[in-house]
Ligand binder design. Structure first.
Ligand SMILES: [Zn+2]
Length: 313
């Protein structure tokens, strides 16, 4: 099975039963003899470690460290998070954010901290999934050092999958959050075109499917209809779930839908979406051929939703 999307980390066994096995965690994560099978993914302030070779214009590679390099990171990490298993290999995220300059550590040659989002699709998709998972959990730990209920300090538990408040009168246990976002391919009432928008945050003249966050107390289908209407004035029906893509930037999951428009006049109300248009199949194919306008990147759920419509007939 290959990755359908970036960041979908399909090959890792999250082995949740080991998160509460203190003996195993001590032997393999924090104890003195831990580390022989460790694969460590360092994270520094939302940046991931990658090997670059710009002189030879080679694609960057995820730096998943083993042996001495891993041990150095393990000893310097503020928090270690058990991510899961792949065969005998034990994967951890290591938070180095407390260091002013992580390059003060003797990191392997060519290893630098980079923004995973900026690297976009240059990395191997499986590795990108591991780095995204590590980045998301480290991001959560950094933002939850103090209890949101009483303000006391918290401490990581369950192999780094929760943080418990140290105030015994409170004792609230906090868990990592994932915020649902909907992303939808809207088809024209006569089915010959689809609705795509250009967001001012996009690099280049890129057009993509409409997306937005789910609000508290809202069904996903309602969120799809509300976001499309809010952003483009288009009313939709027949909202149908298709697939999902983890989007840990910092903590979302994209839930992909198809929906059918019952109105056609586009008015962009949203300040971020600067333009939305109906694109025929021919116009979408022209974008993919490298014209001035660009489609969403490969292995993104947006591109997959568009391709699903493009090639269904
Ligand atoms: Zn508390």
């Amino acid at each position: 099975m290959s990755s359908k999307f970036y960041y979908d980390d399909i090959t890792l066994d999250r082995a949740h039963q080991l998160r509460t096995d203190d003996e195993w965690l001590t032997a393999n994560l924090t104890g003195e003899s831990a580390g022989s099978n460790s694969h460590i993914i360092p994270v520094w302030r939302d940046k991931s470690l990658v090997f670059t070779d710009e002189q030879n214009a080679a694609a960057p590679q995820a730096a998943i460290l083993r042996g001495e390099a891993a041990e150095l990171i393990r000893q310097n990490a503020a928090t270690l998070v058990f991510l899961g298993l792949e065969g005998d290999a034990i994967y951890y995220a290591a938070d180095l954010s407390h260091l002013e300059d992580p390059h003060s550590l003797p990191l392997p040659d060519g290893a630098i901290f980079e923004d995973l989002r900026r690297l976009a699709t240059a990395l191997d998709p499986i590795d990108a999934g591991y780095l995204a998972y590590a980045r998301a959990l480290v991001h959560w730990h950094r933002g939850h050092q103090f209890c949101g209920v009483c303000g006391s300090e918290t401490q990581a538990g369950r192999g780094g999958h929760d943080r418990a408040c140290l105030n015994s009168d409170c004792g609230k246990v906090h868990f990592p959050r994932t915020d649902p976002a909907v992303i939808m391919l809207v088809t024209h009432p006569n089915e010959d075109s689809c609705l795509l928008g250009h967001n001012k945050k996009f690099q280049g003249l890129r057009y993509s499917t409409i997306a937005g966050f789910v609000e508290p107390g809202e069904m996903l289908e309602q969120a799809v209809a509300r976001e499309v209407y809010e952003e483009t004035n288009i009313q939709v029906v027949d909202v149908e779930y298709k697939a999902s893509q983890p989007w840990p930037f910092p903590a979302s999951i994209m839930l992909g839908f198809r929906a059918r428009a019952i109105s056609t006049e586009i008015i962009c109300h949203d300040q971020e979406l600067v333009e939305a248009k109906w694109f025929s199949r021919e116009e979408v194919l022209e974008m993919a051929d490298g014209h001035e306008t660009l489609p969403p990147t490969n292995l993104s759920i947006s591109r997959w939703l568009i391709d699903g419509w493009l090639y269904e007939k």
